[in-house]
Ligand binder design. Structure first.
Ligand SMILES: [Mn+2]
Length: 582
């Protein structure tokens, strides 16, 4: 009996083992087959094509060369890749020219995978089935082959085909050879028919290229993407659903950083918090914190959040609304400012703009433009002056105060845009500043502004330092005219400040340097301008001293009303009592 039982046990174990082995074997075969389907895709094309009129041995050879560079699995899940040795050295040489790691990009397969980086709350949101259809529009000028092709593959792979009606590529007169016949050939032989390419006959700039894409589009929604993006899990539906709810809602995904060197997909350190779009008075886009009151009202970081402006490269808009609200300013040349123009126009003319956190798209941020601007014109400045004149009403003064050179430049005719503003009955910029973005107004929310000068003719000066990080407050001989670096305000709240940064004293030992830090309303950012012209730091009772030393830094010291370096006057003062006696 015992023997029999043991034999039975053998049979049972043996059988189980056999079953397991067979199932495992089958799974392996499936895996292999699936792999080979993917691997063969490109090669098979070549084989099938040989008989077809499309087949071209020259382009096939070029594409094979590209594919030979691929390292299967490299960069999958968006992990960081470090090149080694001579390759790393070559990569950093190339980076100086291309503004991103082209060598690595060429090694990462077009179909690399990315993680699902969404907030977990996004996964349980239900979207309607009948969402609007979308035309993804990608414009480029001399974009590198690998990033462009990867962008298109990514869109095709990650977008449900029932919504993705077409991918429209617009080539703004690229010079690179690989974007000519080779690109036509790749689209013809590797992409489905929904990928369409249009070429502009001369360099027309981002704005006119986008307009071309929009004119050719036939779907309900236009979705603009840069040509160096990768989209992630379920990126499309959250955008379309929001537009379906309200046609005048213009939506932006969270734009994650794809590292320009390692191609790591950086989902903001996994914090799920995000910034929205702002602007500076000198006409630049910047990222700003979500205002406290909005952040507090949010139940989840997955909720759509209104954004005062957009970065411009990536957004979706109803096609109908795009044309209704004035598309783009066609007179804007090449690049720059169009994103802010559109932002103000949409808000002021009755629309809204939101960041949709459940939609996340990776973007390679480049440090410089790896292409030339025709005629070396400051198109960003001129375009900005155009929209400022149209949309900022009286507040355009704040732009021209610090960019006077643009007040005299020929910005072309803006009468059409002004007529549009009137036709759409758009609200004034003061409405925007009250309702969309409560932003500090340096000559309005103040008791004084302009150059802040001592009796020794020394002025506060930011010494042209970057104001994104904390910097010491500087001093410099007063300029003949008000310039940006000497523009300070004394706010009604007692801040001695610039647009975003406030003078702050951390130490009570004297003399002590003064730091310009992000304004936050805290007590160490409060100052009092006395009738004698002393600038007293409230919490330490120390006085700002503009005695200029070799380091050009302002300091606080014990108050001496008789010291010329401590007697300050503001260029423009609302309250005459605060003008110094002398
Ligand atoms: Mn870009």
């Amino acid at each position: 009996m015992a023997l029999l039982r043991r034999r039975n046990r053998f049979v049972v174990f043996g059988g189980l083992f056999l079953c397991f082995w067979m199932v495992w074997g089958l799974l392996q075969m499936f895996e292999l087959q699936r792999d080979s389907i993917q691997k063969n895709r490109a090669a098979d094309f070549g084989k099938d094509l040989r008989a077809s009129p499309h087949y071209d041995a020259h382009y096939e050879k070029l594409l094979e060369e590209d594919e030979r560079r691929f390292v299967p699995g490299l960069g999958d899940r968006g992990v960081s890749v470090e090149l080694q040795g001579e390759e790393a050295r070559e990569a950093s040489r190339v980076m100086k020219k291309e503004a991103f790691n082209l060598i690595l990009s060429q090694k990462i397969p077009y179909n690399r995978t990315l993680n699902d980086v969404r907030h977990s709350d996004c996964k349980s949101i239900e979207y309607p089935e009948d969402l609007p259809t979308v035309s993804v529009i990608i414009i480029f000028t001399d974009e590198r082959w690998s990033t462009l092709i990867r962008t298109v593959h990514s869109v095709l792979n990650m977008s449900p085909s029932r919504y993705l009606k077409e991918v429209i590529l617009v080539d703004d007169f690229s010079a690179h050879d690989e974007l000519k016949g080779k690109l036509d050939y790749y689209i013809e032989t590797r992409f489905p028919k929904i990928v369409k390419l249009f070429r502009l006959p001369k360099r027309s700039g981002l704005i006119r290229a986008r307009l071309k894409g929009a004119e050719e589009a036939t779907s309900d929604v236009l979705l603009f993407l840069d040509a160096h993006c990768e989209v992630t899990t379920d990126w499309l539906r959250p955008l379309l659903a929001r537009i379906k709810e309200d046609e005048s809602n213009v939506v932006v995904p969270i734009i994650d950083v794809i590292d320009d060197k390692t191609f790591q997909y950086q989902n903001n350190g996994g914090t799920f918090d995000f910034e929205v779009g702002g602007f500076t008075w000198n006409g630049h886009f910047n990222w700003i914190d979500v205002p406290d009151e909005v952040a507090k009202a949010r139940k989840s970081l997955s909720e759509p959040t209104k954004t005062p402006t957009m970065a411009g490269g990536l957004f979706a808009i109803s096609r109908n609304y795009f044309w209704k609200v004035g598309s783009y300013d066609k007179e804007m040349d090449i690049w720059g400012g169009e994103n802010l123009e559109m932002s103000f126009r949409i808000w002021q003319c009755g629309g809204s703009m939101e960041t949709i956190p459940c939609s996340r798209v990776g973007h390679i941020f480049r440090n410089f433009h790896p292409y030339k601007f025709p005629g070396e014109k400051d198109t960003h400045g001129i375009n900005t002056a155009r929209f400022v004149r149209v949309w900022w009403d009286d507040y355009q003064r704040l732009f021209f105060q610090t960019r006077p050179e643009l007040a005299k430049v020929d910005i072309g005719d803006i009468s059409e845009r002004l007529a549009l503003k009137k036709k759409l009955k758009c609200k004034p910029f003061s409405w925007y500043l009250k309702n969309v973005y409560k932003k500090f107004i340096p000559d309005e929310d103040v008791i004084g502004w302009g150059r802040v000068r001592t009796q020794e003719d020394v002025c506060l000066d930011n010494l042209q330092k970057d104001e994104e990080s904390t910097q010491d407050l500087g001093l410099f001989p007063c300029n003949a005219e008000l310039s940006r670096s000497q523009y300070f305000s004394m706010s009604k709240d007692g801040e001695l400040r610039r647009e975003f940064t406030c003078a702050s004293v951390k130490s009570t030992s004297v003399p002590s340097v003064v730091e310009m830090v992000k304004c936050n309303g805290s007590p160490d950012q409060k100052w009092n301008l006395s009738q004698d012209g002393l600038l007293v730091h409230v919490s330490t009772d120390l006085c700002l001293d503009g005695h200029r030393e070799a380091d050009n830094l302002a300091r606080v010291n014990h108050c001496h009303p008789s010291r010329d370096s401590q007697i300050w006057s503001l260029e423009h003062v609302d309250n005459p009592e605060l003008s110094p006696r002398r």
